[in-house]
Every structure is written in structure tokens, then in C-alpha cells.
Design a protein around this ligand. Sequence first.
Ligand code: S3P
Length: 172
Amino acid sequence: MTAGPLVVLVGPMGSGKSTVGALLAERLGAPYRDTDADIVAAEGREISDIFVEDGEEHFRALERAAVATAVAEHEGVLALGGGAILDAGTRALLAGLPVAYLSMDVDEAVRRVGLNTARPLLAVNPRRQWRELMEARRHLYEEVARAVVATDDRTPEEVAQAVLDALELKDV
Ligand code: S3P
């Protein structure tokens, strides 16, 4: 039985989970881990290839397992893929953990993610897809979050500081 992650970051793609997660890890003197990277390493292929070759459902099954493993064994900063919270079992796993939801508004999202083809869910009509995606997910991010941290017009350093403050974590 481990103590569990110090921080779990959730939020949509482009909200800065990896950048902020790496900064938080540095501030907390703890390792950083990212379930997207775990899946890519285990599968030996990019996430966009998993989506194209095997479909989203298969990716979600890989993701569910990756999150369960990481939550059980990681004691540092953990960032989850943007859609991980779609799974009810994953949401149950996050109950009671120090989860921060990095939020951002639509304009900011389209600016940051735009037409990035490595993000398969936003490849076509990003603004409309973004709206639909957030309508489906916003309440799920809020459900799992202990803290909601807005990222609009903030630098990654400012967001990291806001996460530390909101979760009452002390840096090293
Ligand atoms: C996804 C977000 C991505 C990645 C996959 C699906 C999503 O992760 O897991 O492309 O459904 O929002 P990031 O949030 O790290 O970009």
C-alpha cells in the first residue's frame, strides 16, 4: 500500500497538464508521471495511431488500466489524459485524492490546441468540437476535482502556484 499521488491533474487537452505537472514535480521534489506517456511506452505507438488503428473504445480500455496502475503505484505528480474522467471506474479511483482540474475557456482552448492533428478529437472544426466535448465533460472534471484552477491568462508558473495553494501543498 503506497501513500498515493501528491497531486493528480485532470482537464482538457491543452490545459497545460504536462507543463504544469513538470513544474509541480520540480517544486515538490517528486517524480512526474503521465498516463498518456505510459500508454505510448507500453504500446510502442503514438496515441493518434491507437485511435486510428484500434478506435477510441480500445484506447479508453488501455487508459483505464494505465490510470489504475499509476494511481496505485505513483507517489509524485500524476497527469491524466483529457478523457480519462469519462470512465466511471476511473472517477471512483480518484475519490479522495488531491485532484486539481485545470480549466480554460473555449477561445483559449482553440488558440492553444487549434488544428493539432496529434489531438485526434479536435482534428475537424475545433471550436464546435471543443464546445461539445466540454459540455459532455465539464461536470465530470468538476465531480472528481478537489480544486478547480483556471488557466486562462496565467503562465504555467502561476498555474502551478495556484494548484499548490488550492491543495495546500508545501514546496521543497
Ligand atoms: C484525449 C486527450 C489526450 C489523449 C487522447 C484523448 C481526450 O490527452 O489522451 O488524445 O479524450 O481528451 P491530453 O489531454 O494529455 O492531450
